[in-house]
Write a protein that binds this ligand. Structure first.
Ligand code: AMP
Length: 114
């Protein structure tokens, strides 16, 4: 498992990010290439590469990430309409191999996604 994912560098403050939230198990910051007026990423401190790599022991952590993601949307004023996305693997568009939840809100979100 890489110790040098881009998101680990953000966690370590080796590269800058607009941090929205942080606690002992996760960090959230604004996506550098936002796809909506709110586009945050919620990232566990633990560098799980993909959601498929998560184990049963990670379930409380994954639940916490979801709760933090919803709280970020709520606090930004989008409690009534937001989308959470996890891309798993390159074929699904994953580019950073450190699990993260995208929080998207602030525009009409079409379905199905691309
Ligand atoms: P994914 O394609 O699901 O792996 O999502 C990775 C996300 O990380 C993309 O939406 C990128 O725009 C975002 N990203 C890449 N580099 C940075 C960075 N330095 N700070 C914040 N977000 C980033």
């Amino acid at each position: 498992m890489s110790e040098n994912t881009l998101f680990q560098k953000i966690i370590a403050r080796e590269i800058p990010a607009a941090i929205l939230y942080e606690d002992e198990s996760c960090i959230a910051f604004t996506d550098i290439n936002p796809q909506a007026p709110l586009h945050a990423l919620v990232v566990p401190i633990k560098p799980i590469p993909k959601i498929i790599d998560a184990t049963a022991a990670d379930e409380p952590l994954l639940g916490h990430l979801m709760a933090v993601a919803a709280q970020i949307a709520r606090e930004a004023g989008y409690g009534d309409g937001f989308r959470l996305v996890i891309n798993n693997g390159a074929d699904a568009g994953q580019t950073v191999f450190h699990v993260h939840i995208h929080v998207l809100a602030g525009r009409l979100l079409q379905w199905p996604p691309g």
